[in-house]
Design a protein around this ligand. Structure first.
Ligand SMILES: Cc1cc2nc3c(=O)[nH]c(=O)nc-3n(C[C@H](O)[C@H](O)[C@H](O)COP(=O)(O)OP(=O)(O)OC[C@H]3O[C@@H](n4cnc5c(N)ncnc54)[C@H](O)[C@@H]3O)c2cc1C
Ligand code: FES
Length: 262
């Protein structure tokens, strides 16, 4: 019987720097994994951190990590060729089938783009499997914009809006992501589906704006980020009422997800 807590070693194949404190680590991994799932990444003597999958390849997964504390600081000390401990993938992730044939709207803020990036990448490359896709991604400022290479590709694939809260240089759209929802082109409300990922307050207000446009809550999915420990429904750290965010989520339809805010 295998012990789910035992991590495996994964080699860092590539490191991409997005900002001073946000890098993508391309980790060797072969196996089934879905956008929106996460791995527990660990460094002995420092601890573990749940990190979402931001890209998926045949022999790798991308993990985009913000350096914020004990474990993540230590992860940034590692270079290409070195290895990190990982266990997972955990959580339900996004079901691509839920969005096929739909007019897909994705609204994400900051590192919230990471968990949904695999969905954007997939439908960007298979746009014919949707009835069109609009993506609004918001960042604090120009220097905080993540995934600039992907953004260049997405510009030609979908209706893309990149916005920053405030720009100190010309050439950027400014304002919260919510400001761009009233002008979104939605051709067939019944066929629309939306994904919203970001800080809780951003998700709440974004959902309200989408609802003002006539999108019903059962057509909206969110991804919740709560403090986690085991990641596999054993320790109860992430539990809200009878829901284990690590196991039943982190992706929820809004009919359920609306009850999972603090
Ligand atoms: C399902 C899930 C997916 C995540 N995906 C990513 C990701 O793709 N990229 C990424 O950079 N981070 C992600 N996080 C957050 C990440 O796990 C935390 O930032 C990390 O655990 C912090 O560990 P640390 O030891 O470096 O920081 P610590 O020394 O523990 O803390 C530093 C600061 O980070 C805060 N913090 C600690 N844990 C969390 C947490 N779970 N969520 C939010 N804030 C926290 C603390 O309150 C403190 O302010 C995710 C979290 C969850 C639950
Ligand atoms: S993190 Fe342990 S039960 Fe969810």
């Amino acid at each position: 019987m295998c012990n789910e807590y035992i991590p495996f070693l994964s080699e860092i194949k590539e490191v991409k720097k997005h900002t001073e404190i946000e890098y993508t680590f391309r980790m060797a991994y072969v196996g089934d994994v879905k956008p929106g799932q996460f791995f527990e990444v660990s460094i002995p003597k420092f601890g573990e951190a749940p990190i979402s999958v931001s890209g998926i390849g045949e022999d790798y997964v991308d993990l985009t990590i913000r350096k914020v504390g004990k474990v993540t600081n230590e992860i940034f000390e590692n270079q290409v060729g070195q290895s990190l401990f990982m266990r997972g993938p955990y959580g339900n992730g996004f079901e691509l089938e839920d969005y096929k044939g739909k007019e897909l709207i994705i609204v994400a803020g900051g590192t919230g783009v990471s968990p949904v990036k695999g969905v954007i990448d997939y439908f960007g490359d298979h746009i014919g499997e949707t009835k069109g896709m609009s993506v609004i991604a918001g960042f604090k400022g120009p220097k905080d914009i993540l995934f600039k290479d992907s953004i260049k590709r997405w510009e030609n694939q979908m209706n893309l809006t990149i916005t920053v809260d405030k720009a100190d240089e010309p050439g950027y759209k400014e304002g919260m992501v919510t400001a761009y929802i009233p002008d979104l082109e939605i051709r067939d409300l019944d066929q629309a589906a939306a994904i919203v990922v970001g800080p809780p307050i951003m998700m709440k207000f974004t959902v309200m704006e989408l609802q003002k446009r006539g999108i019903k809550e059962e057509q909206i999915w969110i991804s919740q980020e709560r403090k986690m420990c085991c990641g596999i429904g054993k320790c109860g750290h992430c539990k809200m009422d009878d829901t284990y965010i690590c196991l039943d989520g982190p992706v929820f339809n809004y009919t359920k997800g609306k009850n999972l805010f603090d």
